[in-house]
Write a protein of this length. Sequence first.
Lengths: 364, 364, 364, 364
Amino acid sequence: MSGNTFGKLFTVTSFGESHGAALGCIIDGCPPGLELSEADMQRDLDRRKPGTSRHTTQRREADEVKILSGVFEGKTTGTPIGLLIENTDQRSKDYSKIAEQFRPAHADYTYMHKYGVRDYRGGGRSSARETAMRVAAGAVARKFLEQRLGIRIRGYLSQLGPIKAEKLDWDQVHQNPFFCPDADKVAEMEAYMDALRKEGDSIGARINVVAEGVPPGLGEPIFDRLDADLAHALMSINAVKGVEIGAGFDCIEQKGTEHRDEMTPEGFLSNNAGGVLGGISSGQPIVASIALKPTSSLRLPGRSIDVHGNPVEVITTGRHDPCVGIRATPIAEAMMAIVLMDHYLRHRGQNGDVSVSTPVIGQL
Amino acid sequence: MSGNTFGKLFTVTSFGESHGAALGCIIDGCPPGLELSEADMQRDLDRRKPGTSRHTTQRREADEVKILSGVFEGKTTGTPIGLLIENTDQRSKDYSKIAEQFRPAHADYTYMHKYGVRDYRGGGRSSARETAMRVAAGAVARKFLEQRLGIRIRGYLSQLGPIKAEKLDWDQVHQNPFFCPDADKVAEMEAYMDALRKEGDSIGARINVVAEGVPPGLGEPIFDRLDADLAHALMSINAVKGVEIGAGFDCIEQKGTEHRDEMTPEGFLSNNAGGVLGGISSGQPIVASIALKPTSSLRLPGRSIDVHGNPVEVITTGRHDPCVGIRATPIAEAMMAIVLMDHYLRHRGQNGDVSVSTPVIGQL
Amino acid sequence: MSGNTFGKLFTVTSFGESHGAALGCIIDGCPPGLELSEADMQRDLDRRKPGTSRHTTQRREADEVKILSGVFEGKTTGTPIGLLIENTDQRSKDYSKIAEQFRPAHADYTYMHKYGVRDYRGGGRSSARETAMRVAAGAVARKFLEQRLGIRIRGYLSQLGPIKAEKLDWDQVHQNPFFCPDADKVAEMEAYMDALRKEGDSIGARINVVAEGVPPGLGEPIFDRLDADLAHALMSINAVKGVEIGAGFDCIEQKGTEHRDEMTPEGFLSNNAGGVLGGISSGQPIVASIALKPTSSLRLPGRSIDVHGNPVEVITTGRHDPCVGIRATPIAEAMMAIVLMDHYLRHRGQNGDVSVSTPVIGQL
Amino acid sequence: MSGNTFGKLFTVTSFGESHGAALGCIIDGCPPGLELSEADMQRDLDRRKPGTSRHTTQRREADEVKILSGVFEGKTTGTPIGLLIENTDQRSKDYSKIAEQFRPAHADYTYMHKYGVRDYRGGGRSSARETAMRVAAGAVARKFLEQRLGIRIRGYLSQLGPIKAEKLDWDQVHQNPFFCPDADKVAEMEAYMDALRKEGDSIGARINVVAEGVPPGLGEPIFDRLDADLAHALMSINAVKGVEIGAGFDCIEQKGTEHRDEMTPEGFLSNNAGGVLGGISSGQPIVASIALKPTSSLRLPGRSIDVHGNPVEVITTGRHDPCVGIRATPIAEAMMAIVLMDHYLRHRGQNGDVSVSTPVIGQL
């Protein structure tokens, strides 16, 4: 089955390269009757868009999405929703110098081995540019989940290189260019990024995503557990190298008495599980955390080889994000929205609708 | 699509509960002509089997697998391979006391909310018992990968609670009951586990898995990247709460100049990528690491509720693994084998066979 | 995706050869809470079973199905249902003579080319024996559809070679060994079959299947239309060479004014559509008809080649059905049940439950 | 899984309504390295295009396809191919009169029941307009199959209402507006259509499709047999009510000695099987035949109901094909091409490439 399709009932199939004519996707399986316009997607696209601060790439992309089908008189019809974003800034000349060089740690080497074809224009399909369509599709899922089920999905940057956010103040997340929830760390992050940019280097980051109001019961053991599908979705984002649910890697050193989330009639007493037990949502917030690597497209020279196998020193001069994690928060939110939407529909298919009247602990 | 099926071309569909009549699975899509007998699977099943040391549950399960179809005159025929393991030790009376109680942090709470049905017999489908079939199916994939492509998949326990393995000596892995590759840490682990057992508590662990000899080109961007499918596969194992590829969460604090794996005509100079670039294998070893939580089935009392919503104090008296991570190494290996096998077939479908003659750096 | 899996939400994955140890299947996605026992399946299995009259093969197969999982305390749990039928009559010696010969018009030739492997035991996987699992799985779907939605699925043999049933009296269908709904034609069919058996030849047949009470709205255009999935399901039955929905091939010569099923507030005035408009059920009975070819396993000699490419004259001496269509009615019913079940769940996933209160014409 | 996706490895996902902004599709899984331009698709699109003779609808659609991704420097890259056709003739006012009326035998009734939404613009998604994307996608498959495997796929109209083609002269097929292979019947067909148009009625048709040069071995029993997937594909085309493979419904009255295609070292002696044995291609031509119903959109009044359940008399005044079968030949060819392409890739995934050196009878 197509590697460019995500989901089983709410499916997103994507196409497009960074320097081609356009990006697009098809959302299939969206329930009918949802009010939907371009504006619903544009809000999230604008949050991901490059060039909104000096800390991201200065490439300009309008990222204006058009709905081509599946919506009639302002509402979804249940038929596939075609979305399109035309590429407006395609300066592929930036890449001409490296047409024959493999950039170290870059996908051009593996794409070449896989397909025997070299699309040197900014990474072609492997560029993070494709994540725009994830954000657009995620916005549809997010709107449905919010309106019909009261689910709220929010993310934030919890660490930028060595700098950790120590407070989680949701109101701060959109007050700075980093999606940082800790106002006290913003100045430090700005200084760090300014120095990094001067240096010509890049840095990794950590993003957390939380979904509140998720009804218990979502997830399809044993292979399509909710956390397994989240791991799939989040690890499929460019540059992600690690995924945690709840306590994540901290649970290695936890004892069972500490890790187990005890329950009382009033609710769970902790959330080490991150809202998922046995692969099924428990009604607690779903909590995931991801690690994003630093970009390998640097103007600092690196040892590599060319397509003939000869050693070369590579310098990448295009416009790249020194920290791809900075723009990743809306992408991670989008992927979580798509997973939850898909699992809600899958659950409803097999089991009927989630019961809003079931007494769920912690939600009384 | 079925949540109990994994894979797209090499598919494993599984059934069975911990205290039902039998476990089984169907492997579909296995290439014909592979020599296969029960013994090929039994070797791995025996490595996962409980009761082989005092550090795992004393429940006795023969875990004898039978091939019911798909093999004729000692070779696979290309038709589906039916596998069966009959349950021999089904003491479900152990669980009768807790028939009406939700165990804290246990899947019985979420299964009840999902399906409206309560199978209190040892967790039913949510029991780790189902992983036996993953190991059996993985053994088939592993054999093919080894024989046809020279791929070797091996795992080890890299951390047991607070105790980290500091050396990686593959020869040691099967010399102790923990799959620990560092002989110097085994005594410490034994003492730790003895104390833990006395205490009645449980502990988490970390497992690493490595696949060597993987040809470049496997993985299907953008959603079915090799690392994304690995994350899916590994996170679907019971008790796993985190997955890393290569440098994993360490890449948050890495700079690009440090993280990027430079290339020379002789090979890559590092492997922070864990063998995957842009979602496609690079020819380097595939390296994954997972965190397993401590089991929540403890004889130490925990606060919980019963099916009527009343507060209860739960004590679990069954025979449980104090560290589920100890037996998890063969399971993680199996899931990696299944993912690689599936992606090899998917790659061959679209692109033709991997070329053994392509000059791949680092494999000259 | 696996060629041995049918369905998207209600999935049936099958294994087993005619002369192997056992046949089996896994049903995944069955809603929880359905009362289910072996007896529910045995009723339909017994209707398909060989040897119940002199007009079918005299091979004896008990076809006793066992439920291995997914049912607890008499009800489905929502987890996968493992089913097993052990083969009891495996006289593979019958086939030894033809181990090196391709039977004319038989699948052994194409299996050999596909897999490079020859399983000469009664056709191995290509034997109609696998349809037993379809019948077992179909019985689960049928029970759900009947109990929850009031859907009734029934089939009959409408033509045996040159003899056409001219009346449709449902009460007659189970009063004769042919599933013939026209009592007046039974004697003629018996005489025809007796002569055919003596001759050593075989004959084709036509089966019709009807589902009544199907709610409007099932079917997923544009590719997974209800009729397209029915065509897939029915054409996948051994020996089927044609599928019609409603008027079928008769519509070639129909004018639009004749073909179109006019509607009044009291209902449709005809059913040329066979209950499907635009790929979606209309609320009218779903009507399908299939053509089954005569078996090619004959004791009358036929020209063929052997595995070395030499010409041979083949005589098949095993015990074969002179008209495979005679036992096909329960199989066609089962496949229709599986398709409707799958589409009901898919519809419910995207659109919520079918409304029993929606005013549907013709059902007021 | 998405009802708007066809195929498993070579997948086509489609969107678009007859009167929306555009139609489009995403082809995923296409092998890299195939030379491809818009012209390759335009040739087949032009054959399907309306308005090329007085016998089809006079609606004018340029049907100009654009490639948005997946092709670089004139060759496919292995990444998804995005295709777009903008709608240029969207006179939706034609439909305003019937905005509240269900047309008899039309999908607007079932779409309304399924989705609870009414898109009255020319049938919206249910319009045959979507088949343009099938033709475009099929052209890609066809080109690959032809270039790499020498497969040739051709179709023709074998019956128009009561008029049957009696000769099969491939050279004639494109010499008349009907795709009729029998020059002697063209005048009769023209007269018939002229009379029909005057009358205001419509008529059914039969289309045959043949694929030559298909290697033996394609098809995935038991459920995804080649013929079953063909039936799925062909029945998913608008207006198709029946599908036959090889002898089709004629096999009901055939005896086994007549039906079975005998083999000699020089080849098969007949092709009742239509090139498929046991669900796998035999090396003989694949032969399928389909029945297309007459359109129900007529200016002759028909009894129906409106959305409020009241009786109405419906007259459809839009521009419709009096025989939808006339333009269906390229669509049927396209669907066969997609099925064969998908099965070729699936076969190659599991079994390795088809061997061109295998001695196949009849192809020596």
